[in-house]
Design a protein around this ligand. Structure first.
Ligand code: ATP
Ligand code: MG
Ligand code: MG
Length: 545
């Protein structure tokens, strides 16, 4: 359970203590019209988390009342996300579309009670009649229809006798209500469209405000938790359930603040635009804030849960720094993953006074990580170091290898540069060097001082790899559209060299490449013959604000 109790858990506890409910039932109600993102993760943590903490259950409910945008592939993605985050819906998968017959019956009941009517104004007229915040609306002349006429029209709407937009069903509430949403809200609209589950069975579909509260009631949900922008819809939620005079207990809606994160878009419409326009490589592109993207990038569910816990549940909207999420990932991986060496931009070094080869015993974990394990690190005459770990004419604060400055090879020996080999254009292509035989890590008696240690791999033993480096997808802190995309968000390196144990021993699927960051074996493209690694996150917050 979260360390401090949030306002939702306070409400839940009060409702249990007062006996209002015997068992807590929540629901996570996504519309299957896109892949779930980090905002959904927050909602999943809240709804499944509360159900778990109070020994109730949480329904995974597809809010599939909008036939034109929904698809089974999104249902699968939602299930994947919930499972990956470590929650279980057990046998509680629900579809709002399964309730279409019941919801329709409730509509008929409202009409019979004189509390709903078929309106034949067009969309524009409906808007005009609704009035403004300052001005009361006017009721449609069609609101005077008799109950019999309304029942007949509703029946014929359902049978498909009318075209889209010809009629709607509206609740008869109050055309001068201060809450504009209460000015006779729409309950049903005609939509001749194929639904991915109910096919062509229906040509009228319930509106969110009608379907959601009733789905909650039908499922015995106790706490219907949603985001703040639904605050004004709460009056309709209550009106519908009260107007139908339903057998208690009934659910109540509670709102929390939606998660917003800088450098990130979460609107499914915008994510869909990125995917369909091939601005990213599918819904699981590691640059996306989708759960599938995070999963492919190598984020851990633990880190995401921890992040959701840290940001807490608030009643007012605010913006979270994406660096906080990155911090959580780094913090989690730091405690878990093996440290290995990978050279991203290789520069060949020939160690002229070294012959043969040896295998150095090197621990996978630093002293402050409570895990055991080591590998044999091959050392030989030819190695690769990182190109920018050598400078011919360095500035004063450069601590790595130069013609005058020796450097330590991590886990191995001290190296001194003897000669710089260049091509005809003056580019450095190789270094000739010497190692110091008595300088081996852990048994160094050479007396030579170095200012830093660099990573390296044995050229003969290393495996060539592809490494995908990701930067933020947007260069604007508050991204709006495609114009804010960062043109350099993906950088593919095809000529990296990784030490062999990563591939032959596979101590893990996530690694810290020393001095480079955390990396993940790409779950789709990786093979031992052609290894592919995704950069999960850098070692420290290097993002310049
Ligand atoms: P979008 O506007 O991106 O389509 P949505 O809210 O319509 O998002 P749904 O699939 O309807 O998406 O959302 C399912 C659940 O997840 C809802 O209960 C919603 O409140 C919650 N949710 C969606 N986005 C966020 C977010 N950014 N922060 C917290 N909860 C969210
Ligand atoms: Mg929604
Ligand atoms: Mg939406």
């Amino acid at each position: 359970m979260s360390e401090s109790k949030d306002f939702l858990r306070t409400i839940v506890e009060e409702d249990l203590q007062s006996g209002k409910y015997q068992e807590i039932i929540t629901r996570f109600p996504p519309e299957p019209n896109g892949f779930p993102h980090i905002g959904h993760a927050k909602s999943i943590c809240i709804n499944f988390g509360i159900a778990r903490d109070y020994h109730g259950h949480c329904n995974l409910r597809m809010d599939d009342t909008n036939p034109t945008t929904e698809d089974m592939k999104y249902v699968e993605a939602l299930k994947d996300a919930v499972t990956w985050l470590g929650f279980s819906w057990a046998d509680h998968v629900r579809f709002a579309s399964d309730y279409f017959p019941k919801i329709y019956d409730y509509a008929v009941t409202l009409v019979k009670m004189g509390k709903a009517y078929v309106d034949s104004l067009n969309e524009e007229e409906i808007r005009e009649y609704r009035g403004t915040i300052k001005e009361a609306g006017r009721r449609s002349p069609f609101a005077e229809r008799s109950i019999e006429e309304n029942l007949d029209l509703l029946d014929r709407m359902r049978k498909g006798e009318f075209k889209d937009g010809e009629h709607v069903l509206r609740a008869k509430i109050d055309m001068s209500a201060a809450n504009m949403k209460m000015r006779d809200p729409l309950l049903y609209r005609i939509r001749h469209a194929h639904h991915f589950r109910t096919g062509d069975e229906w040509c009228i579909y319930p509106m969110y405000d009608f379907a959601h509260c009733l789905s909650d009631y039908i499922e015995g949900v106790t706490h219907s938790i949603c985001t703040l922008e639904f605050e004004n819809n709460r009056d309709i939620y209550d009106w519908v359930l009260d107007a139908l005079d339903l057998t208690p207990p009934r659910p109540y809606q509670h709102e929390f603040a939606r998660l917003g994160m800088n450098y990130t878009v979460m609107s499914k419409r915008k994510l869909l635009e990125l995917v369909n326009g091939n601005y990213v490589n599918g819904w699981d592109d590691p640059r996306l804030p989708t759960i599938a993207g995070y999963k492919r990038r190598g984020y851990t569910p633990e880190a995401i849960l921890n992040f959701c816990d840290q940001i807490g549940i608030a009643k007012a909207n605010s913006m979270v720094d994406v660096a906080q999420l990155e911090f959580c990932i780094r913090d989690d991986l730091n405690q878990k993953v093996p440290r290995v060496m990978c050279v991203l931009d290789p520069l060949k070094v020939t160690i002229e006074n070294y012959d043969g080869e040896e295998a150095i015993d090197a621990s996978y974990y630093p002293h402050d990580v409570p895990k055991e394990g080591s590998r044999k690190l091959p050392f030989a005459r030819e190695i690769y170091i990182e190109r920018d770990d050598f400078m011919e004419n360095p500035p004063a604060d450069y601590y790595r290898l130069t013609p005058k400055q020796s450097v330590r090879l991590k886990h191995a020996y001290i190296l001194t540069c003897k000669e710089v080999i260049k091509d005809t254009h003056g580019n450095i292509v190789e270094l000739k060097a010497e190692y110091h035989p008595h300088s081996k890590s852990g048994e160094d008696t050479s007396g030579i001082k170095t200012k830093s240690a660099i990573h390296w791999v044995s050229a003969k033993h290393a495996k060539q790899a592809e490494v995908r480096l990701y930067e933020r997808l947007y260069s604007n802190e508050a991204p709006d559209g495609l114009e804010d995309l960062n043109p350099d968000s993906l950088h593919v390196i095809t000529n990296a060299f990784v030490e062999p144990a990563v591939i032959t021993e596979k101590p893990d699927v996530r690694f810290q490449f020393e001095r480079q960051g955390y990396f993940f074996v790409d779950p789709i493209d990786y093979t031992d013959a052609k290894p592919v690694f995704n950069k999960i996150v850098g070692l420290k917050d290097s993002w310049a604000k």
